[in-house]
Ligand binder design. Sequence first.
Ligand SMILES: Cc1ncc(COP(=O)(O)O)c(C=O)c1O
Length: 379
Amino acid sequence: MNINTRLLHDYPVVDPHTGAASIPKYQTSTFNQECVFDGQEYTYTRFKNPTVHALDEGLKMLADAKYALSFASGMAAISTSLMLLEKGDHIILPIEVYGGTYQFTCQILTHYGIEVSYIDMADLQNVERAIKDNTRMIYIETPSNPLLKITDIKCVVNIAQHHDILTIADNTFMTTLYQNPLHLGVDISVESLTKFINGHSDVTGGFIATNNEDIYNRLCLLQKNFGGILGVEEAWLVLRGMKTMGIRMERSVKNAQAIAEFLDCHPNVQKVYYPGLVSHRDFEIHQGQASSGGAVLSFELKSKKAVDKVTKALQIPIIAVSLGGVESIVSYPCTMSHACLSPEERLSQGVTDNLLRLSCGIEDTEDLLQDFDQALRQL
Ligand SMILES: Cc1ncc(COP(=O)(O)O)c(C=O)c1O
């Protein structure tokens, strides 16, 4: 079966108890027990719920993994996975790691005696150099946010395996439809469900996938006790959103490619960052590990004033934090995703005041192109 068929049929999409063609919302916190001496599958929703379990089965299929576990947000999935670390351990992360992961690691993990290093992972020598005797985890995020820098996943995995270090990858930007970290040897894949998988900007969620039973069992224990489970309503919405993920993403990627090419030739655009462009510095590496350029791109205008004019002139995209919705979303990293960094830190990462990020939705390509054309003509 191919992916669009699998997203509709290749996991329990029919309710085993009633035959309902849409898994019902088992909106209950607890379950009646026939006999207090016998165990039963469902006892308490924080431990296991049929709607959430159906989603976990779907996510397992999507990630082609032995185990998958959904969480209340992408950050719940990420922070819970990072709690696999113990006092005295050391973790290496990319300097451009997602802001929430950055805050969690530098402001919270360090309080538990965990050492943290941030490096430019595009240069693999930096990975080797950062490894210490107590390094237990290497964290990958590719493409990076917002400059779409690429990390060679297989090369990082090879280095990590050589030193017996666990790898974890945030795969939110590409999703497993286009890039599967587990296939590339990564131990734990994490993704925000808030973005492309649910895809309708109406749910917050996250998930982890792994093929390692021991890691899965430890994550289940952490989840059960931290309590960051996905709600029943949200699980149901993600189950629905996931069914159309393949065709939604196909259109979004097509739009991103067309807009990136359009912006790349535009005289009012200084620079375009999109790994689907042949001119991207790491086009070859990205093509080797992913099957599309994805639906997110960034571009730099010539001034802050131009940013103001263009964001006000655009008619179709919403201007907002987030990505991965059916509607196109323009974000301004400076005051949004990267607001917690100082101007100097932002600049050192290449996030200038003139940078905009675009997450392409599923609108008609022609309409989006016309909208960007008219907005850029205002300059
Ligand atoms: C790359 C990446 N990882 C993780 C997250 C966190 O996801 P959530 O907002 O669902 O917690 C985000 C959110 O924007 C993200 O962009």
